[in-house]
Design a protein around this ligand. Sequence first.
Ligand SMILES: [Zn+2]
Length: 56
Amino acid sequence: MTEPARELPQIAVACPMCDAAPGDLCTSHSGTRVRTSDTHQARTTAWSTSRKGGAR
Ligand SMILES: [Zn+2]
């Protein structure tokens, strides 16, 4: 079983899109499908925002 999404840095933050907890994979379509190869773009954005220290 390969889940390359688990290697992505943004997996360390929660996903604002599908509400995945930190360390969990993103799910799509009401949580019926796990996204094993990538995450939501919103999660990547949330990660880079938090990484910058929330400068806003
Ligand atoms: Zn997500």
